[in-house]
Design a protein. Sequence first.
Length: 242
Amino acid sequence: MAASEPIFNVPRAVVLAIALMAGVQIARDLLPDEADVTLLLALAFIPARYAGAAPELPGGYLTAVTSFVTYMVVHAGWVHLLVNVMWMLAFGTAVARRIGGWRFYAFSILCGIAGALMHLAFHWGHLAPVVGASAAISGQMAGALRFIFGAKRKPWEQTPDFVNAPLATLGETVKDPRIVTFLVLWVALNVYFGLSAVMVRGAEGNIAWEAHIGGFLCGLLLFGLFDEKRARGAEPPLPSSV
């Protein structure tokens, strides 16, 4: 008889990422309001830092570098965090299982940085802080779209074999009607939430949809670099996946 599978079959890399984000949120909840705001501003990505405001913001010039990464671990609240956790469980799990923990982190961070850069290009000098792992998760989603629909499930397996699924080329990805339908719905959700507001300690803020798009494009274009070994070993061999 086959060994029974765990109820929650989530890669350790994903579990640790979620634990880190939840830990930051718990720490913020335990802090006084003033200290929480200071921590939030030090971790958040703030375009105004690059227009001369860095010395006036918590963390100074150092955070002009570190916030490209640290903004991903802080969220606007528990609802924001839980939504991101659900998306990461859905797509990050498949990506982490396929490319491994360290590549998963490197890929996710790169997508998050791309999202921050995209937001910076559209909001140069703005003071509104950007927080959340949505850009990184958008990249995970884009990477997953390049192989999840080609994954097959064997009769004795509960989940499809994402690890050995063929990696679709960019052309195949954008022509797949299932992926196009998914993307239309995803863009619609981004437009809807982009016109809404979220709360950060009682203050309203908009969804940084540009960061989502930046992370997604990065994930779609560059996932093949992180999946290079598996792409070369796929049978039959596929054209260049980048």
